[in-house]
Design a protein around this ligand. Structure first.
Ligand code: NAD
Length: 443
């Protein structure tokens, strides 16, 4: 049965901590009937009295208002109310567990109580939409949460319940403001569109909504926070460098942040080829040398080169997994980036060298090098003009894209497998579910 979309919705929020309370009060303020549930009775008594106990601008006032309006009721258990609900938002804690994995214990306890209530849900009721807002480990929704609900509710998903993930991106201290105007909303679904955009709870929002699979939703939440941590560590490394150089860290930060074109932008943030060229590698090394000369350790920046080298090795291994030596391979692109003929420090050239050393026969086409001086290529590799592309493609077993010149791609036989390193699309035809052995944008 399809999920029922209506206004207002009857919603329960399970777990009234930082995330749950913001979720519950905001949904109540939007006009829904909300039942707030927490297992801690004392905490519920505080909330019932309109006391929050922590500083969160606007939240205490909102809590009092929605309670006075009768839109938010508080309870210590879910079960009696389950039959009439449209949606349950689960916001319980997922603390750090052993070996860095998030502990899903509290979440499983909450799902168990939900599942036992689901068993009694009338057969003719639409599925109850269970939305996990807690941050969960990658893979947990599919492998742990869904099976626990299926087993506990004795129902397949889509029958008595539907399970979705809707990670929260709020920050404490600006929680309400962040929740009200998020940069984006992510909805992880079991099947595309099945949650009917979480029954319309975000209809009034201006933020873009992304409906994705469970794994993407789980990963983006962790990736965002990993990036924020990376930014802090990077800023502190250049702050320490500034001090070692007798510079003011805040002033250096101002200069750095003034570049919105390359520093604070989407530039360099798409997975693809390793970095290279005549400047990035040598300038990074120069910065690290300057730091070392002052006895300063910058472990984050020190690790960048190793990460870049590892990425090249990874690409070679992926090629080997697809087509073993000697190939033949056709490499499209040799200069260090699109639109230039400079091969100094070129990652495609490094890739070519590694492939030839591995025993591959590699033919290379780069339209931007047709008028460039003769290159010293690794032995056995040959650089050709665009005129020979069709013939070389017909002989190759794999086309490796280090550039994507649209006009040339049209000249490639449609059945030739393509490994697109510019966009890091490294799937095999089988993984991509393509009938033909082509696994780039064509499938
Ligand atoms: N705090 C943040 O800034 C923030 C931001 C985004 C995401 N998150 C994530 O959201 C989740 C919740 O975080 P939080 O900071 O709100 O946690 P919290 O510890 O403040 O609140 C969790 C609440 O859930 C209650 N609870 C636990 N098990 C329950 C059960 N079975 N039934 C009823 N209530 C139960 C607890 O009593 C507690 O009040 C975590 O996964 C966290 O990583 C937190």
């Amino acid at each position: 049965m399809r999920l029922a979309r209506k206004t207002p919705l009857a919603i329960a929020v399970l777990g009234l901590g930082r995330v749950g309370l913001v979720t519950a009060t905001s949904l109540a303020a939007a006009g829904h009937h909300v039942l707030g549930i927490d297992r801690r009775g004392k905490w519920l008594a505080e909330l019932a009295a309109g006391r929050l106990g922590w500083r969160e601008p606007g939240l205490e006032e909102l809590l009092r208002r929605v309670q006075a309006q009768g839109r938010l009721r508080l309870q210590d258990a879910l079960e009696p109310a389950l039959a009439d609900l449209d949606l349950v938002a689960i916001c319980v804690e997922t603390p750090a567990g052993p070996e860095g994995r998030l502990d899903c214990g509290p979440l499983l306890v909450a799902l168990a109580s939900l599942a036992s209530g689901l068993r009694a849900r009338p057969a003719d009721a639409p599925p109850l939409l269970c939305v996990v807002r807690s941050t969960v480990p990658i893979g947990a929704t599919e492998e742990l949460l869904l099976p626990s609900l299926v087993q506990g509710a004795r129902s397949a998903p889509g029958e008595k319940f539907e399970l979705a993930l809707n990670p929260e991106f709020l920050r404490e201290g600006t929680a309400l403001a962040d929740h009200r105007s998020p940069s984006r909303i992510v909805i992880g679904e079991r099947l595309p569109g099945v949650t009917r955009r979480l029954l319309g709870i975000y209809d009034a929002t201006q933020a873009p909504i992304f409906e994705v699979g469970y794994r993407e939703a789980e990963t983006i939440k962790l990736l965002d926070n990993a990036f924020h941590a990376l930014k802090v560590a990077f800023a502190n490394e250049f702050g320490r460098l500034a001090l070692a150089l007798d510079l003011a860290p805040a002033r250096l930060a101002e200069l750095f942040l003034a570049d919105g074109k390359l520093n604070l932008s989407a530039a360099y943030l798409r997975p693809g080829m390793p970095y290279g060229g005549p400047c990035l590698p040598k300038d990074l090394r120069a910065l690290l040398t300057a730091a070392r000369a002052r006895g300063l350790a910058l472990p984050l920046l020190e690790a960048v080169e190793a990460s870049n080298r590892l990425h090249l090795t990874f690409l070679v291994e992926r090629i080997r997994a697809l087509v073993p030596p000697p190939g033949p391979l056709l490499l499209l692109g040799l200069s260090f980036k699109e639109g230039v003929e400079d091969v100094r420090g070129s990652p495609p050239l490094a890739l070519l060298t590694a492939l030839v050393a591995d025993g591959y026969k590699v033919e290379v086409v780069d339209p931007e090098l047709e008028r460039a001086p003769v290159l010293a290529l690794p032995r056995g590799a040959r650089l050709h003009g665009r005129a020979t592309l069709a013939r070389l493609a017909a002989e190759a077993r794999l086309l490796v894209l280090a550039k994507r010149p649209a006009d040339l791609l049209g000249m490639v036989p449609p059945e030739l497998p393509i490994l697109d390193l510019v966009r890091l699309e490294l799937r095999t035809p089988a993984e991509a579910g393509c009938a033909a052995a082509s696994f780039d944008a064509r499938c």
